[in-house]
Design a protein around this ligand. Structure first.
Ligand code: ZN
Length: 467
C-alpha cells in the first residue's frame, strides 16, 4: 500500500466523508430500528435475513470510529487492506440463537515507526481475537453468581465451554463481591463439612479409618446484612485467626461481638485475634447439648435395667418425644402422664425424670435472653440449675452438662445480656449445602468458596433482584 496514487485516492475519499469507515468503506444503508433492537454497542445492523436452514443472520458493520486506531501506535488509519467477516457469538434473541455476521475491515498502519503492519477492527464488546461478545460472557458469569446456575448448565445455555464459564464467574464475582467486608459490630463463626468424609478399610486389620474429612469455617455478618464474609479451609485455630488478622485494623476494631458454637478452637482463635471482642454462645447448641445428654442418660439406664436397647412398650422409650419437647409445648395432661409413667418404673425412671428437669432448668435460665434480665435473676436461675445437677452426682450426664455450662459461662452470660445468636450462620450453611448439592459436590475448594460466597453474600444477591 505504498503506491502514492492509491494513497491519494484514499485521502480524497476520507476528505469527502471523514465521518468514518461505514460511510466510506461500507457504503451500505444501516437500519436504525434493527440496530436499536440488537443494542450491541459499536455495531450497526445492515440487514437481517434467513439462510436456507431458516437461521437468522444479522449483518453488522462497525460503528465505532476508534476501531480504526492502530492498537500499537494509536494513529487512526485511512488505508483499508482487505475486508473480512467474523461471526462472534452473541446472546439469544427469541427462541433460537441468531448468527452475527460482522463485515469488518483490516487496516494498514502506515506510520513509519510503527512495528504493526495491519490490524482488524475491534470494539469493546468484541475485542481482537474474541469469538464471543463481552455481554454474552458476562451474562454467563451472572447466571452462575446470581442466578443459582451450575457452571455446566450456564456454559450450556450460553454456548461456552466450562473453563470459559468459570473464568467469567470469577470476573463477575470480582466485580460484584466486595474485596474487604464493610465494618460490622457482630459476626458469627461456624464450621461446615465441605464434602463427605471418606473412609478406607485397612486390609490387615479389617477396620475402617478416616482418610479425608474436609471442612470450611465461615464468617457471617450478623448485624449489617452482608451475608457470608469469607471462608477458610480446615478448622484449625490458626487458620481462623489468620483470616481475622488479614482484615483491616478498622474492621477489627469495629467488631464488638463474635457468636460461635461451643468450640474451643474458635474461642482460642477469637481471643488471640480479637482480644477486645465479647464471645457469645447462643441457646441453640446448649439446648441441643442438653437434649443429647438426656437421650444418653435414657439409653444408658435402659441398658442397665433391661439389658437391651429400648423398644415400644418401654415407658421411657414411648415417651422419648415428650422428653425432648419443651415444657411449655406440653399440655398439663402430657406432663402428668410423663411423670406418672416414669415414676412407675422406679429409681431409673426417676433418674430419667431428673435429667428432663435439668434440661428444663437450663432452658428456664436461657429464656432470660432478650428480656433485659437483672443479674440477680440470672444468678438465681443458674444457681437452681447447678444445685439440681449437684444433687444428682450419680448421673454423669448431668455432671458433664453442668461442667460444660460452667466452662462456657462467660459466653453464655453474654448471650443472656445481648440476645445475639448465630442463627444466620446456620442459615448461611444451609444455602452453602444447597449449592454443593446442585453442583453434585466440588472438586476445587477455592471454586467452592467462591460459589458459596456468591450464593450467600446479600450484597451480590440484592443486585440480582430488581428494585
Ligand atoms: Zn500503528
Amino acid at each position: 500500500m505504498r503506491n502514492p496514487w492509491l494513497l491519494w485516492i484514499m485521502t480524497v475519499l476520507y476528505a469527502v466523508n471523514p465521518q468514518g469507515t461505514t460511510g466510506v468503506h461500507n457504503p451500505i444503508e444501516t437500519s436504525t430500528e434493527a440496530t436499536l433492537l440488537l443494542d450491541l454497542e459499536g455495531l450497526h445492523v445492515v440487514k437481517v435475513e434467513r439462510d436456507h436452514d431458516g437461521h437468522r443472520i444479522v449483518h453488522v458493520v462497525t460503528a465505532d470510529e476508534s476501531a480504526r486506531a492502530c492498537p500499537a501506535c494509536g494513529v487512526f488509519s485511512v488505508t483499508v487492506k482487505e475486508r473480512v467477516a467474523t461471526r462472534p457469538r452473541d446472546l439469544r434473541a427469541g427462541d433460537s440463537p441468531y448468527t452475527l455476521l460482522w463485515h469488518k475491515l483490516r487496516w494498514s498502519c502506515r506510520e513509519p515507526l510503527c512495528p504493526r503492519g495491519s490490524f482488524t477492527e475491534q470494539i469493546p464488546q468484541v475485542s481482537a481475537g474474541m469469538r464471543t461478545t463481552a455481554r454474552l460472557r458476562r451474562a454467563c458469569g451472572r447466571a452462575i453468581a446470581d442466578g443459582g446456575r451450575t457452571v455446566t448448565q450456564a456454559a450450556r445455555d450460553h454456548r461456552l465451554s466450562w473453563p470459559i464459564a468459570m473464568r467469567e464467574l470469577r470476573a463477575y464475582a470480582t466485580e460484584v463481591l466486595p474485596d474487604q467486608p464493610e465494618p460490622t459490630p457482630v459476626i458469627g463463626i461456624d464450621e461446615i463439612r465441605r464434602g463427605r468424609p471418606r473412609w478406607e478399610q485397612d486390609p490387615d486389620t479389617g477396620k475402617y479409618r478416616l482418610i479425608a474429612d474436609r471442612w470450611h469455617v465461615g464468617f457471617t455478618d450478623l448485624a449489617t446484612g452482608q451475608g457470608l464474609l469469607g471462608q477458610v479451609e480446615g478448622r484449625l485455630s490458626t487458620s481462623v485467626a489468620a483470616w481475622l488478622n488479614a482484615r483491616p485494623k478498622a474492621w477489627r476494631t469495629a467488631l464488638t461481638h463474635v457468636a460461635i458454637d461451643m468450640c474451643q478452637t474458635f474461642r482460642c482463635a477469637v481471643r488471640a485475634a480479637l482480644p477486645h471482642a465479647i464471645i457469645v454462645v447462643d441457646h441453640f447448641h446448649l439446648v441441643q447439648l442438653a437434649n443429647g445428654k438426656l437421650a444418653d442418660l435414657r439409653r444408658r439406664l435402659t441398658w442397665k435395667m433391661r439389658d437391651r436397647r429400648g423398644r415400644t412398650g418401654d415407658p421411657e422409650y414411648d415417651h422419648r418425644r415428650l422428653l425432648r419437647s419443651n415444657r411449655e409445648d406440653l399440655t398439663d395432661e402430657q406432663i402428668a402422664i410423663l411423670e406418672r409413667d416414669l415414676t412407675r418404673i422406679g429409681t431409673y425412671g426417676r433418674h430419667i425424670l431428673a435429667g428432663w428437669h435439668a434440661k428444663e432448668k437450663l432452658r428456664y435460665l436461657l429464656a432470660l435472653a432478650r428480656t433485659n434480665p437483672a443479674r440477680s435473676t440470672i444468678a438465681h436461675r443458674l444457681h437452681a440449675f447447678y444445685i439440681w445437677c449437684a444433687d444428682h452426682p450419680y448421673l454423669p450426664e448431668l455432671v458433664t452438662l453442668a461442667e460444660t455450662v460452667a466452662s462456657w459461662w462467660k459466653e453464655i452470660e453474654a448471650f443472656l445480656l445481648t440476645g445475639i445468636t448465630n442463627a444466620k450462620s446456620e442459615g448461611t450453611n444451609r444455602v452453602i449445602k444447597l449449592e454443593a448439592r446442585c453442583a453434585y459436590g466440588f472438586r476445587n475448594p477455592a471454586n467452592q468458596r467462591l460459589r458459596s460466597r456468591c450464593a450467600t453474600t446479600r450484597e451480590s444477591r440484592n443486585r440480582a433482584i430488581p428494585a
